[in-house]
Design a protein around this ligand. Structure first.
Ligand code: GAL
Length: 417
C-alpha cells in the first residue's frame, strides 16, 4: 500500500510538473484568441510548438488561432487597427518590437503596460539590452518578445553555387559578378516577391553601403537622406532589380523562397524566417543551402523581434497574462525558435536545441553592431514605413532613381519634422 502511494505521488508529480518544471494549472480556464500572421511553412509549425507548451500548462484554456496570412503582417495590421478602434480587441496579437510600432497602440490607450510581468518574471535580466531598448516606450514595457530575427541575410542554393564554382558574395561588386555568371547560365540570380520584400531588400542595401551607425542615423535624423551614399545605395538597389524573377510582384516571400528550393533561382535576400521555411521544405542548413550577411553588411545584425501584447479590456485578462508569461519562458522560446529560424530573445537559451545557422546568428547578435529593420517595425513609425513602401512600390514601376531618392527624402522630412 505504501509502495503504491509513493508510486502514485511520483507519477502525479511527473504528470503534473512535466518536463518544463512547471505545475499544470487546472484552475485557469477561458478562451484566448490570438491574432498573428504566421501561416507560411516553418511559421505555422513554430506557432504550433508554442501552443503545445501553453496547452501542457493550461489544459482548460481554449486557444483560438486567428491567423491572417500576409508576410510582414501587411494584412494583419489593417484588421487589427479596425478591431481595436472598434472596441473588439482579440485576447492578444502579434506586433513587432519598436517604439514607433507600439506608439499608435499604446498612446491612445489601447494597451495595458506589462512592466509588472517583466518584474515578476525577471525579464530585464534575461532579455538582452539592445532588445529591451527596442521594447521600452514611455517608461514602460508593453509587449513580450518571442524571438530575435535577423533581416540582413543572403541565402543561396549550395548545389547551384558549387556547380558554377561560386562563393557567397561579400561585397556589392561580388554580388553583381556572381549575378552575371548565374544569368549567363540561365538561372535567376535573385528571387524576389511582392512590394514589402523589395523594401526588405532595399533596407539591406542601405545597410550594405552605409556604416551601421550611419544607417541607424537615417531613422533618428542624425544621417541625412540627401547624400551621395544614399544615392549610391539606391543605384545598387536599382541595378539589383535587373537580376530578379519577372513575376516578383505576384509572389509572397515564401513563394519567392521556393524558387531557391526548386533551383530556378540561386539567391534570396530575406529575414531568417526563410531558414524556417527552408527547413520546413526538408532542407538542412549548410547542406542544401548556405547563408551570408547581405553584401557589404558583415559585422552588422539588422534586428527585429516578434512580440505579443495585452490589449486593454481584453477578454479573459488572466488567460492573456498566462499566455504572455509562457511566451517569455525559456521553454516556450526554445520550442518556438528552433523551428521558426530565429534565435531566442533570452540570453539563457539552451544552445543544444538550435542548429548551425542559429548558433552563428547567436554569435553574431552577441558581437555585431545591432541595427534596426525598417520593414519589420524596429526602426520607424508605421506612417513612415507606409510612405516608404509606397515610394518603393511606385519605383518598381517607374524605375527612376531620382524620383525614388526624392520620395525617400521627403518621407524622412515628413516623419522627422
Ligand atoms: C516578419 C515577422 C517574421 C516573419 C515574416 C514573414 O515581419 O517578423 O516573424 O513571419 O514577417 O511573415
Amino acid at each position: 500500500m505504501r509502495k503504491l502511494l509513493v508510486w502514485l505521488t511520483v507519477a502525479g508529480l511527473l504528470i503534473g510538473v512535466g518536463t518544463t518544471g512547471w505545475a499544470v494549472d487546472e484552475d485557469l480556464a477561458g478562451t484566448l484568441e490570438i491574432v498573428h500572421w504566421w501561416t507560411a511553412g516553418g511559421e505555422k509549425e513554430a506557432m504550433d510548438a508554442l501552443y503545445e507548451v501553453f496547452r501542457a500548462r493550461y489544459p482548460y484554456v481554449s486557444l483560438i488561432d486567428a491567423s491572417i496570412s500576409g508576410g510582414a503582417g501587411i494584412a494583419a495590421r489593417a484588421v487589427l487597427i479596425s478591431r481595436i478602434v472598434g472596441g473588439r480587441p482579440p485576447g492578444t496579437f502579434q506586433v513587432h518590437a519598436g517604439a514607433g510600432t507600439i506608439d499608435p497602440y499604446a498612446r491612445p490607450g489601447f494597451l495595458e503596460p506589462i512592466t509588472f510581468i517583466y518584474e515578476e518574471e525577471g525579464w530585464v535580466d534575461v532579455f538582452p539590452e539592445p532588445l529591451l531598448e527596442m521594447l521600452r516606450f514611455d517608461g514602460e514595457y508593453w509587449n513580450v518578445p518571442v524571438n530575435i530575427h535577423r533581416s540582413n541575410v543572403l541565402w543561396y542554393n549550395k548545389g547551384i553555387f558549387e556547380e558554377h564554382g561560386l562563393e557567397a558574395p561579400v561585397s556589392m561588386g561580388d554580388f553583381f559578378r556572381t549575378a552575371d555568371k548565374l544569368k549567363a547560365a540561365g538561372i535567376i540570380p535573385l528571387a524576389l516577391g511582392e512590394t514589402w520584400t523589395v523594401v526588405h531588400l532595399l533596407e539591406t542595401v542601405l545597410l550594405g553601403v552605409l556604416s551601421p551607425s550611419a544607417y541607424t542615423g537615417l531613422w533618428d535624423g542624425t544621417t541625412s537622406w540627401n547624400t551621395a551614399s544614399v544615392r549610391l545605395a539606391l543605384d545598387y538597389f536599382d541595378r539589383m532589380l535587373n537580376y530578379v524573377n519577372e513575376d516578383a510582384p505576384a509572389l509572397s516571400w515564401d513563394e519567392a523562397s521556393a524558387l531557391v528550393v526548386s533551383g530556378d533561382a540561386a539567391m534570396n535576400i530575406m529575414g531568417d524566417w526563410a531558414h524556417g521555411y527552408f527547413m520546413a521544405q526538408g532542407w538542412t542548413p549548410g547542406v542544401e543551402y548556405g547563408w551570408a550577411p547581405t553584401p557589404g553588411s558583415a559585422g552588422a545584425f539588422q534586428a527585429l523581434s516578434d512580440t505579443f501584447v495585452l490589449p486593454k479590456d481584453a477578454p479573459d485578462r488572466d488567460v492573456v497574462i498566462a499566455w504572455l508569461r509562457t511566451v517569455g519562458t525559456r521553454e516556450g522560446q526554445d520550442a518556438f525558435n528552433p523551428i521558426k529560424g530565429s534565435i531566442s530573445a533570452r540570453v539563457d537559451a539552451d544552445r543544444a536545441v538550435y542548429d548551425v545557422y542559429q548558433e552563428s546568428a547567436m554569435d553574431d547578435f552577441a558581437q555585431d553592431a545591432i541595427v534596426p529593420s525598417l520593414q519589420h517595425g524596429a526602426a520607424a513609425s508605421p506612417e513612415w514605413m507606409d510612405d516608404f513602401i509606397s515610394a518603393v512600390g511606385s519605383f518598381v514601376a517607374h524605375r527612376s532613381v531620382d524620383t525614388l531618392h526624392r520620395d525617400l527624402v521627403s518621407a524622412a522630412e515628413e516623419a522627422l519634422e
